[in-house]
Design a protein around this ligand. Structure first.
Ligand SMILES: Nc1ncnc2c1ncn2[C@@H]1O[C@H](COP(=O)(O)OP(=O)(O)OP(=O)(O)O)[C@@H](O)[C@H]1O
Ligand SMILES: [Mg+2]
Ligand SMILES: [Zn+2]
Length: 506
């Protein structure tokens, strides 16, 4: 037999499309050709495979070797195909049995010694190969990650020789085993809300935002506890499911940082620095890697000091905030990553931080204030459901250790109850309600409706802002266990729109 077929997987977004590695040995001038890989990757892969085969005492065929990685138009990263290419050559030259190879899929980089090196993005590979019904062999260092997909059965190997021994039926490889739940720590430590003194309104806003998954912007003077409050959001959110965790892990798996099994089931909390580039924030590069917004999928994206971010980077958030997905276009290739995150952000009211303060004089001119606020465009602001003023706490509150503070666990219980109510009623959280959904599930009582009409006219609110206010008031009613949305609920939602009012300009 001089032709062999081996299955492997490429990486595209968080999917892993099937790649068929066809190897053909023919007579003619000696050559080693690889078709279907980018030029640079071909050269490197060829050198590694040749050395690995020679160093493991296999015979490197004295023939014309042609390898075709199909489909040709699928973008492929080189190193993960080393193992399938090496096996393809061994099978085509009769050094390992070819018949059983199609029951398997392989991925792995080869060291020159024949040792297997880990590949990036192994989780999507495991998921796809499991769905195909074939067995998968991965490098040993990927085993722990691969084992997260249950009940997929994945084999791991440290060396090319181990893989060959397994295929010849001489010595079976072992399955990747999932760590016990006691070592796979699900008890992730979070800062507690009880550390924050006072700030009842801001804490309440945080609870409402957590319950309905509404985006939230805290506005206030320096040192009032905005950063402290925002970083306590993950601690009052319900756990993510196995299925969600697998998606989160798949995104991390294909990212440049990779996935660490210790982070299994941890709610993503991403707090990129304001100097982050657009590509770091929304994803990019070649091949495209997910950015912070995708790493925050099913979790929280925290943008501290929002106006300090590059304007272009902020504008890139508009699409994913609406659709929960991001599309990265590079030349002819488009890659999609999921990006369904809850946004929480902070800002000062002006560059010096003291606009609106009674205690301290604001030194900014009104142009400076306008320019500062203008860094966050209207359309972006329009997509933030709640903007809440955090005021300075009187020192007697700050230093009073007798105040009984609610813990994150107590707030979390209410958040979970309210979410259950939302799921039972409409099968989704309030943030995701569409206009027809709202007609059905978030109808305002007459008094609430006339209040909203009044306010919308007075502050010239957009239709989008108006709908967002209704959704937030739906959540407020849910937290109270009320079926109807009355004026009181709507009035509270309107309270979380401090930037719509002029009150914060001095
Ligand atoms: N309500 C509070 N309870 C307890 N400590 C507080 C509170 N508010 C502020 N602090 C203290 O002040 C510090 C600064 O708070 P934080 O960093 O959250 O302020 P900030 O509003 O983000 O300020 P900036 O606008 O300068 O970023 C906290 O580390 C904490 O020690
Ligand atoms: Mg801060
Ligand atoms: Zn100022």
């Amino acid at each position: 037999m001089s032709l062999s077929i081996i299955y492997s997987r490429a990486s595209s977004g968080i999917t892993a499309p099937l790649v068929t590695v066809e190897t053909h040995l023919s007579f003619g001038m000696n050559a080693f050709l690889i078709v279907g890989l980018p030029e640079a990757a071909v050269k490197e892969s060829r050198d590694r495979v040749r050395s690995a085969l020679i160093n493991t005492q296999f015979e490197f065929p004295d023939r014309r070797i042609t390898i075709n990685l199909a489909p040709a138009d699928l973008p492929k990263e080189g190193s993960r195909f080393d193992l399938p290419i090496a096996l393809g050559i061994l099978a085509a030259s009769g050094q390992i049995p070819a018949e059983i190879l199609t029951d398997y899929e392989f991925t792995g980089e080869l060291a020159l010694s024949g040792e297997l090196r880990p590949v990036r993005g192994v989780l999507p590979v495991v998921l796809s190969s499991w769905q195909s019904g074939r067995k998968l062999i991965v490098p040993y260092q990927n085993a722990e990650e691969a084992a997260l997909v249950q009940p997929a059965k994945v084999l791991s190997a440290k060396h090319l020789l181990e893989v060959c021994a397994h295929l010849r039926g001489e010595q079976s490889l072992s399955y990747c085993l999932k760590r016990g739940s006691e070592t796979l720590s699900i008890n992730h430590q979070q800062p507690d809300l009880a550390d924050v003194r006072g700030q009842t309104q801001a804490k309440r806003a945080l609870e409402v935002s957590a319950a309905g998954q509404h985006s939230l912007l805290f506005v206030g003077q320096p040192g009032t506890g905005k950063t402290m409050l925002a970083s306590r959001l993950p601690g009052i959110l319900p756990d993510i499911s196995e299925e969600q965790s697998l998606e989160v892990a798949s995104i991390a798996s294909v990212s440049s940082q990779g996935f660490h099994p210790d982070n299994w089931k941890q709610i993503p909390f991403r707090a990129p620095h304001h100097t982050s580039s657009s590509a770091a924030l929304v994803g990019g590069g070649r091949p495209p890697r997910p950015g912070e917004i995708s790493l925050a999928h099913h979790g929280v994206l925290f943008l501290d000091e929002l106006p300090e971010f590059h304007r272009h980077a902020l504008e890139c958030l508009r699409e994913p905030l609406e659709s929960g997905m991001i599309t990265i276009s590079r030349a002819a290739i488009q890659t999609q990553f999921p990006a369904k995150f809850q946004l929480i952000a902070t800002m000062n009211p002006c560059p010096c931080g003291y606009a609106g303060s009674k205690a301290q004089f604001c030194q900014c001119t009104s142009e400076q204030i306008q320019r500062y606020r203008g860094k966050i465009s209207g359309p972006l602001l329009d997509r933030i459901d709640m903007n809440v003023e955090v005021t300075r706490l009187p020192p007697e509150f700050l230093l009073d250790e007798n105040i009984d503070q609610e813990t994150s666990a107590m707030v979390r219980d209410r958040v979970m109850q309210s979410r259950e109510l939302q799921m039972q009623r409409q099968g989704k959280l309030n943030v995701a309600l569409t206009v027809p959904d709202m007609d059905e599930h978030a109808r305002l009582q007459a008094d609430a409706k006339s209040l909203l009409i009044q306010v919308t006219n007075k502050f010239n609110l957009s239709a989008r802002a108006c709908h967002r206010i209704v959704k937030v008031s739906r959540t407020i009613a849910d937290l109270q266990g009320s079926r109807d949305i009355v004026a009181e609920h709507l009035a509270e939602a309107l309270n979380y729109r401090c930037l719509d009012k002029t009150r914060m300009v001095r």
